[in-house]
Ligand binder design. Structure first.
Ligand SMILES: O=C(O)CCC(=O)C(=O)O
Length: 274
């Protein structure tokens, strides 16, 4: 695994870490993703997110994903980027297919520069794994460099991250980012506006390598930012569904807490509603 540079992450708002997983591990995750969505289709345990299917419920319930969430390499990335032992609080997504486009933030507050989300530290990050190549194919992640300090989503140079199979991309939830990047055949590194991406004819577009499978894992430090983000989840339709479909047995809690700090979001959600 490549070196992790916290100072650069803090300055840029994102980082790309090469060769975290092996090709074999990625293939196992692809197989596990298809198996899970097939079961979800039988139980109705998924949502459609644009053209993508999204599992509903904490992925720690599924061994292959639990192993990734608690993997020493992934925890090392989170620890180094956050600067301390990370907290996992159940926010994790696996998605198959093409989801939303367009630059956005993932914070609770997205428009008030004077809100604590923007004036205080923001130690909540997402680690994304794309289980296919996006270095020379469409479908990858775009970020705006250094955009983590402004509510504006049109500031900072837009780049398409050249993730390859096995790489991890990490970003602060305040960083402007966009999924499902379209690469043009004649200018593959040019970041297009999302309204244009939707209209690019097939013959001008570099195709995807294979069906897009993405995994997003969120880690944070206990903080005002994390509390506000969890409160945002409690009031968001899809997140609520995910929380209600999550379950942490004592054994599972023990396994998670052997690796990271843990907040049982199902309990926090109940307390919030009482
Ligand atoms: O789908 C992607 O690649 C980006 C994911 C995203 O926008 C998010 O995590 O908020």
């Amino acid at each position: 695994m490549a070196e992790i540079n916290k100072a650069k992450f803090d300055a840029d708002g994102y980082t790309l870490i090469k060769n975290v997983l092996t090709k074999e591990e990625v293939q196992k995750l692809r197989d596990a993703s298809y198996k899970l969505i097939k079961e979800d289709e039988k139980n109705g345990n998924y949502i459609i997110h644009r053209f993508a299917k999204n599992h509903i419920g904490c992925l720690t319930a599924i061994p292959e994903f639990r192993s990734l969430i608690l993997d020493d390499r992934v925890i090392e990335i989170a620890t180094k980027l956050l600067g301390e032992k990370p907290t996992f609080f159940g926010d994790c997504i696996m998605e198959i297919g093409i989801g939303n486009r367009g630059f956005h933030k993932d914070t609770a507050n997205r428009n008030d520069q004077n809100h604590p989300d923007w004036t205080e530290e923001y130690p909540v990050i997402r680690i994304a794994f794309y289980l296919e190549d996006h270095s020379s194919h469409s479908g990858g992640l775009k970020v705006r460099v250094g955009s983590q300090n402004t509510v504006k989503t049109n500031e900072g140079k837009a780049i398409i991250l050249p993730t390859q199979t096995g790489d991890a991309a990490a970003f602060c939830l305040r960083t402007s980012h966009a999924g499902n990047a379209v690469r043009l055949k004649f200018a593959p590194n040019l970041s297009l506006h999302n309204s244009l991406e939707k209209r690019i004819p097939k013959f001008l577009k570099v195709p995807e390598e294979k069906e897009r499978i993405s995994i997003f894992l969120t880690y944070g430090l206990k903080s005002g930012a994390l509390n506000r983000y969890m409160e945002y989840m409690f009031n968001h339709g899809v997140y609520k569904k995910r929380i209600l479909n999550s379950n942490y047995s004592n054994d599972l809690k023990e396994e998670i807490t052997s690796k990271v700090n843990f907040i049982d979001i199902t309990e926090s959600f109940q307390e919030y509603n009482n």
